[in-house]
Design a protein around this ligand. Structure first.
Ligand code: FSX
Ligand code: SF4
Ligand code: F3S
Length: 374
């Protein structure tokens, strides 16, 4: 229960509640559900997890365990029983294989399978083997009795780096191998560990899949485009663009669309979640979004090519303007950029007011209260 104990998983009560509050808000749940989610996180029944590695860089695991957000990692690793993870487990060789098979037998139908990396199919899958078995065979074997299957990262979700043209090993996502199973995709190269935390919390709290989009990504994390809440959006609307890396406009923080930013076609939550707990994300440090959470953008389209914007979404709010003392309604600005013609912006003075969903605002308020209580 929430009231029990001051520390959980070696992190302070305050950090625990902050992390769970943020994850609850991220899942799109009402703030009042925080207690229920915290209870699930603290439950003694930790689901066993088998984490398989295939063709990838291990950045997904790395982004989870790196010290810059220890609370998230600690929480995830304490909520689950990580019985098999090739790069984190102490055992190796036969010991590791034993752990894998013990979990599969003892917890058949109960364990969560997390897949990291793509699966090569060419030449009977010989380009990725662990313990003498191809990635495809291991995946099929472990998936058979898994309660839930999560693909972590773009490689496991969509093929990612390994499937980039000319895809020499015929790498495919886990869902292409497990066609008759529901595979939750958490893409990103790497994805935010919060998205994994929230997905696991969702499974633990409600014992069902979160709402997914048509690419099986949780809607709470991938329901909005980067472009909708990008901090450079006012510049896009005003027609102010960086023309080259390092030019004056780039230094001024102008929109990166002409440098190939894929934000207008990319569904992800980096713009509100940020990375590394230091409030940065690619666009904030001057790099265009490469569309790393999308199946057809990163690794398939040149980072310099522009995405077409067919149906630009106006910002949530424009400031009210006063004209001769009379209040005007929202400016009916339509930012029409068609066929790759960069950023012809109508209504040049439009400013976007960054509007977070209510539950994120609630979480923010609650976190401030927790800080004040300190
Ligand atoms: Fe892929 Fe994950 Fe990119 Fe790397 O392993 S999503 S290459 S960050 O680490 O799978
Ligand atoms: Fe932000 Fe990219 Fe959209 Fe410009 S094009 S506003 S940098 S997401
Ligand atoms: Fe990926 Fe774009 Fe976010 S490149 S990390 S989806 S800003």
């Amino acid at each position: 229960m929430l009231e029990n104990g001051f520390f959980f998983a070696g992190i302070s009560r305050r950090s625990f509640l902050k992390t769970v509050t943020a994850a609850t808000a991220m899942m799109g749940l009402d703030f009042t559900m925080t207690a229920q989610v915290a209870e699930a996180a603290e439950s003694d029944s930790r689901p066993p997890v088998i984490w398989l590695h295939f063709q990838e860089c291990t950045g997904c695991s790395e982004s989870l365990i790196r010290a810059s957000h220890p609370d998230v990692a600690t929480l995830i690793l304490d909520m689950i029983s990580l019985d098999y993870h090739e790069t984190l487990m102490a055992g190796s060789g036969h010991q590791a294989e034993e752990a894998l098979h013990k979990t599969m037998e003892e917890y058949a139908g109960k364990y969560i399978l997390i897949v990291e990396g793509a699966v090569p199919l060419k030449d009977n899958g010989i380009y990725c083997k662990v313990a003498g078995k191809t990635a495809k065979d291991s995946l099929e074997e472990v998936a058979e009795h898994a309660a839930h299957i999560i693909s972590i990262g773009t490689c496991a979700s969509f093929g990612g780096v390994a499937a980039a043209d000319p895809n020499p090993t015929q790498a495919v996502p886990a869902s292409d191998v497990l066609k008759d199973r529901a595979v939750i995709n958490i893409p990103g190269c790497p994805p935010s560990p919060y998205n994994l935390l929230s997905t696991i919390l969702n499974l633990l709290t409600f014992n069902r899949l979160p709402e997914l989009d048509k690419m099986n990504r949780p809607m709470f994390a991938y329901g909005r485009k980067i472009h909708e809440h990008c901090e450079r959006r006012p510049h896009f609307d005003a027609g102010r663009f960086a023309e080259k890396f390092g030019d004056e406009n780039h230094s001024e923080g102008y929109c990166l669309y002409k440098l190939g930013c894929k934000g207008p076609a990319t569904f992800a939550n980096c713009m509100t979640l940020k990375f590394n707990d230091v409030n940065v994300w690619p666009i904030s440090v001057g790099h265009p979004c490469i569309g790393c959470t999308e199946p057809d953008l990163a690794f398939h389209m040149s980072i310099f090519d522009k995405v077409q914007i067919h149906n630009p979404t106006p910002p949530d709010h424009y400031p009210d303007t006063l004209d001769n003392g009379e209040k005007k309604g929202a400016d009916p600005v339509t930012t029409a950029v068609i066929g790759g013609v960069a950023g012809a912006a109508l209504g040049a003075s439009a400013m976007v007011a960054k509007k977070l969903p209510n539950n994120l605002e609630d979480a923010d308020k609650r976190n401030k209260e927790l800080e004040d209580e300190e």
